[in-house]
Design a protein around this ligand. Structure first.
Ligand code: FES
Length: 192
């Protein structure tokens, strides 16, 4: 990456390491800079101090971050070596969500929400393990390694409303790069 000082030196704004004008997170208009230089990013090492403490304590800011950033980003959650065999899983508790990343029979990975489609019970409390299937501990519904509901135990005992929707668990996106596993809750998230 280019030295940010070089980029700034080409602008009319004198470079000072912690000047708020230079602490940016995206494209910044730099007066007098050439067009390409305006697209360059200043590297924010998190050294700036913000006077507005609200951003660290406000639940509204936290909610906004969750909606605008974390639900849309690719999140590093582990390494493929953590899932060595068919049925190996890792539980990723992230914000209000709990997600299971699972090694499939064809060696691919799937990521599913760690939530039973009956009454929302978490399927797994362990952080790591190996399963043939996932059994809900509440009423024993069963799901395969990709989240498909394969058995409603004592089906006749459930009211119709409990069964008249999609009983499979929603999958989220999962991919790996050089062995590192990433998940994203955004179906349209671009590769990063
Ligand atoms: S909550 Fe999972 S089977 Fe009822």
């Amino acid at each position: 990456m280019d030295d940010p000082k070089i980029t700034m030196a080409q602008s009319d704004v004198p470079y000072t390491p912690f000047h708020p004008e230079h602490a940016v997170y995206g494209e910044k208009h730099i007066p007098g800079a050439k067009r390409n230089d305006q697209k360059r990013l200043y590297v924010d090492f998190g050294t700036e101090r913000h006077d507005d403490k609200q951003r660290y304590t406000s639940s509204a800011v936290m909610t906004l971050e969750w909606q605008k950033i974390w639900r849309k980003a690719w999140i590093l959650c582990g390494h493929e070596s953590d899932l060595p065999e068919v049925g190996s899983f890792m539980k990723v508790d992230f914000g209000p969500e709990s997600i299971l990343v699972v090694r499939q029979a064809d060696q691919s990975l799937k990521a599913i929400y760690n939530v039973c489609q009956h009454r929302g019970m978490q399927l797994e409390a362990r952080d790591f393990g190996t399963n043939v299937r996932f059994n809900c501990p509440f009423h024993l519904w069963q799901y395969d390694l990709a989240g498909k509901c394969i058995k409603v135990t004592d089906r006749e005992s459930f009211r119709a409303e409990a069964l008249d929707h999609d009983l499979d668990i929603e999958q989220i996106r999962v991919d790996s790069w050089k062995g590192w596993i990433f998940i994203s809750m955004d179906r349209d998230a671009a590769p990063s």
